[in-house]
Every structure is written in structure tokens, then in C-alpha cells.
Ligand binder design. Structure first.
Ligand SMILES: C[S@@+](CC[C@H](N)C(=O)[O-])C[C@H]1O[C@@H](n2cnc3c(N)ncnc32)[C@H](O)[C@@H]1O
Length: 250
């Protein structure tokens, strides 16, 4: 699991009640229960089919007594205030149609001193279009028009085992369900959405050029992520932790 090393820094799930927001197929939620010893974990997602995959996987791994999956909208969580010690939003913040609302909800269901862990891929980054598996060109969403990219994606999908014939999308953001979250938009949302949350940890992982001929540039990206605006293009992932310092407003 690519993100495993990121979460090593955050191994304080032990004994906690954990909410994995937009958990997808729940593979990581199962991983948390198996390896990081939370008391209980709940995974929520809008996509019922993905949750069903997670439920089967959790039974296979014999962790279903500590883990449940619930179909829910992250912007309208079906939980009371103060139910969770930790809320995880792993690679999903760039997919929410109303990220401010999701952050507010995450804060509402947290106990005081509880934490929200968020990591996401900024939109202007090298692979920020989330279509690297279909169009392996860095910054393709900046270099080419939406029309060109949609054609390229449809071309790649023609050989796909999944049938996308009825799938209607006009932009890459429609296809990948992206809200074009940048680092600066994210900081703005955190600052303006809730005074109940404190930014405890914020780091930018630089992009890696290792699969490209110009791999000497790798060291350079570490410098580039320190420069405002320029960092938007050279950050692979934003990793951040927010702490609830007081009760959020209803
Ligand atoms: C890229 S997947 C991330 C899955 C998982 N967190 C992971 O790291 O493997 C994004 C997920 O966000 C979910 N999603 C998007 N908007 C949502 C919302 N408003 N409420 C709940 N889930 C949502 C999608 O259904 C999808 O499963």
C-alpha cells in the first residue's frame, strides 16, 4: 500500500474510535483494523458497490466484528456529535463536491481533542488529473484541452474490461470526479471553515521524476515545494492533521 509509510507517522489509532470517510472499497480501513489496533472503525462512502467489496474483504480478514461499512454522504454524516476520536480522509478531499461542508461534518462528529487526518493530491500537480493510468503524460490536464483529453481517455477505455459506453463525461474533472482542489484552496477552506480546528501538522511530499529520463530533477523538486505557487505543480501529496480544539458550531 503506497500510503502505508505516510500513516506510520500517525499510528495513534490504537484503542480509538475511527471514521474512515470516503473509504472506497475499504482496503485501507481493513488495513487500519488489522495493523493499527483501533477499538472500532467505521468506513463510509457514497458508493454502495464499493462498500460491499469492503464488507466481503473484512469478513475474509476476520475483522468484521471491529469494522462496519455504512453508505453515507460525507457532507451529511449519520452520526451524533463527539462519536469519533479520529477521522481519516485519505485521497478523497479532492473528490468532494462540497469540501468545506465535509470538513465541518468531520469536526462535528469528533470528540474534543480528536483529530482529522487528510491527505490529497493537489489538482495542479504532475498527476493531478487522476488519469495517469490512461494518459501517462505529466500535467496533461494543463498541457491539453479538456476536449483532447476526453478523446484520449475514451480511446484508452475502448480496450478496458469495464464497459464505459454509457458513461457520459465532457471534462476530465467529470470523469475523475475532481473538485480541482489546490494547496491554496485547501488552506483557505481550513482557515475559513471552522475555528474549532487547529492545523497541527502540514507537509508537502515532492513529486518524483523517477520514471522519467530527467530523474536528476528529483532533488530539485524538494526545493520547489518550498516556493509558494510553484509548489502547486511539484507536490505529489499534501498531508495534514487537524485537531479539534473546541466544540464546532451546529
Ligand atoms: C479515490 S477514492 C478514495 C478511496 C479511499 N479513501 C482510498 O484511499 O482508497 C474516492 C472515494 O470518495 C467517494 N466519495 C466522493 N464523494 C463522496 C461523498 N460526498 N461522500 C462519501 N463518499 C464520497 C467515492 O465514492 C470514492 O469511493
Amino acid at each position: 500500500m503506497e500510503d502505508r509509510s505516510l500513516f506510520k507517522k500517525f499510528t495513534w489509532l490504537k484503542g480509538k474510535v475511527v471514521l474512515d470517510v470516503a473509504c472506497g472499497c475499504g482496503g485501507k480501513t481493513v488495513y487500519y483494523v488489522l495493523n493499527l489496533s483501533p477499538n472500532i472503525a467505521v468506513g463510509i462512502d457514497l458508493d454502495y458497490e464499493r462498500l460491499k467489496v469492503g464488507a466481503v474483504f473484512s469478513r475474509e480478514k476476520s475483522v468484521s466484528n471491529k469494522l462496519s461499512f455504512v453508505r453515507a454522504d460525507a457532507g451529511f454524516l449519520p452520526f451524533r456529535r463527539d462519536e469519533f476520536d479520529m477521522v481519516i480522509m485519505n485521497l478523497c478531499f479532492e473528490h468532494f463536491s462540497n469540501p468545506s461542508r465535509v470538513l465541518h461534518e468531520g469536526s462535528r462528529v469528533l470528540v474534543k481533542s480528536g483529530e482529522i487526518l487528510i491527505n490529497f493530491e493537489p489538482y495542479l500537480s504532475m498527476w493531478g488529473a487522476h488519469i495517469a493510468h490512461l494518459v501517462p503524460i505529466p500535467w496533461c490536464h494543463i498541457l491539453f484541452s479538456d476536449e483532447t483529453l476526453v478523446k484520449a481517455v475514451k480511446g484508452s477505455l475502448r480496450n478496458s474490461i469495464v464497459d464505459f459506453t454509457d458513461f457520459d463525461f465532457n471534462t476530465i474533472c467529470d470523469f475523475a470526479c475532481l473538485n480541482q482542489m489546490t494547496i491554496s484552496k485547501f488552506r483557505h477552506i481550513v482557515q475559513s471553515s471552522s475555528s474549532s480546528l487547529n492545523l497541527e501538522y502540514f507537509t508537502l511530499l515532492p513529486s518524483s521524476f523517477q520514471n522519467y529520463p530527467f530523474s536528476l530533477l528529483n532533488w530539485f523538486t524538494r526545493l520547489l515545494v518550498r516556493i509558494p505557487f510553484v509548489r502547486e505543480f511539484f507536490t505529489y501529496q499534501v498531508i495534514t492533521k487537524l485537531k479539534k480544539v473546541k466544540e464546532s458550531e451546529p
